[in-house]
Design a protein around this ligand. Sequence first.
Ligand code: CS2
Length: 502
Amino acid sequence: MLMTRSHLSDATLQKLPAGTKIPAYDRGHIAPGIVHLGVGAFHRAHQAAYVDECLAAGDMEWGITGVSLRSPDTRDALSPQDGLYTLAIRSSGEEELRVIGSIQSMLVAPEDPGAVLAALTDPHTRIVTLTITEKAYLRAAGGGLDVAHPDITHDLANPQLPKTAHGFLAEALARRLAAGTPPFTVLCCDNLPANGATLHRLLTEFAELRDARSATAGDTMIADHIANAVAFPSSMVDRIVPATTDADRARIAGELGVDDAWPVMTEPFRQWVVEDNFPAGRPDWEKFGVTMVGDVGPFEDMKLRLLNGAHSGVAYLGLLSGHATVDRAFADPAIRKFVDGLWAEAIPTLPEGAGLDTSTYTAELAERFSNTALAHRTAQIANDGSQKLPQRIIASALECLEAGTEFVHLTLVVAAWIAACAARGKTLPEGHFTDPLDAALTALLDQQLPANETVTAVFDLAGFAGDHAERQTLIEITAVHLVHLRRDGPTLAFAALGIEGE
Ligand code: CS2
């Protein structure tokens, strides 16, 4: 007889094996205080876990309403489970299972934008957090709002039925203003530099365009309110979260004795540094390991340039060297030496006097990248390079040029990105990773122009280095690496840096 196993839910929580940590609070008594846009695995491993601890400590004001801006997949997985899911905290040889209970309900924006707006305008909602990935901020190549993007055009024409985070936030803030409800605080948790300030600027730009239309329709004007009365603290978020595989699902079900449609895999390390600017109130996050500060900038730069910069390097050079996961790539002596060289170039660009301990930080990163239990795929990190490289790599390289310090490792990451994009459908599988610029990028790379022309065209397309005085120098250094990569792959590119494999 075919046995069907029951699934994770409030009803099955008490049956889980001893040793599994479960929510030690009455989920029926949580008040919804946070709306989160972008309920991906990262959010579920990071912020939702911090909030879970806050609820367990008795502060029941901060339940999360999770919103997916695009796909119904997470809602379809979690709703039958009452929003519960397993967080598997994995290090080489060990796994701790924790069921997280902080997500109270899930909404799918394209199915019901009105329900999302209702959650955002609910006076209980005091914080709106976002992990929507870099590309969803819809920045144009110059850094401003991509006003020509079809979703922006759509949201300006249909303010009551938005698609973008910008459209939802502006409409909700307008409705709250009209109703006399104080604004929520907007907490950006994506890997962007000055992420709160960046979103503030983009949303104000969007609201100005919206106001220009509302003026004739007699609707609430919102740009001044957003510019002056809404708080956008910046934050640095960190936890490595590889995509869940079917093998993970099967293993977790075996351990729990119930099915979990979407458990989340992560590492023991976690960090969250948040600018303390929450006029509408906030959880006592500092009690649960969050660092509250006046200025997140130095922490953000350190994380983006050392962790994420190295991650992108390991991903593209790893892919070109045939490594499917970060730990395998990082165990490759040439890549390991390359990362040390990259860190040596990026560290002097970080602010002095901010108390950053870069040697402890990089030692810890080396350990995290070596975690064999994560199987963090290089192809996962390789996604969206055009959106990631400016803050991870290009910013450090431009600052080195301004300071007159030499560098070669940083630019190899950019060349490796271009080479890896070109390798898709050839030595790498078609669509192995994707980028919002793929259509234009592929058309360009198919022409197989000389390296210098290729790099120039890619910089134009992605807006790398804008109109910076050193842009041309950066292009030329990058092109030299691309010549090497095209001729003989990473081996020659590494040899030119004095890195020999073993
Ligand atoms: C990674 C990040 O996929 C990527 O681009 O570099 O998701 C990284 O794992 C996180 O930022 C770690 O906090």
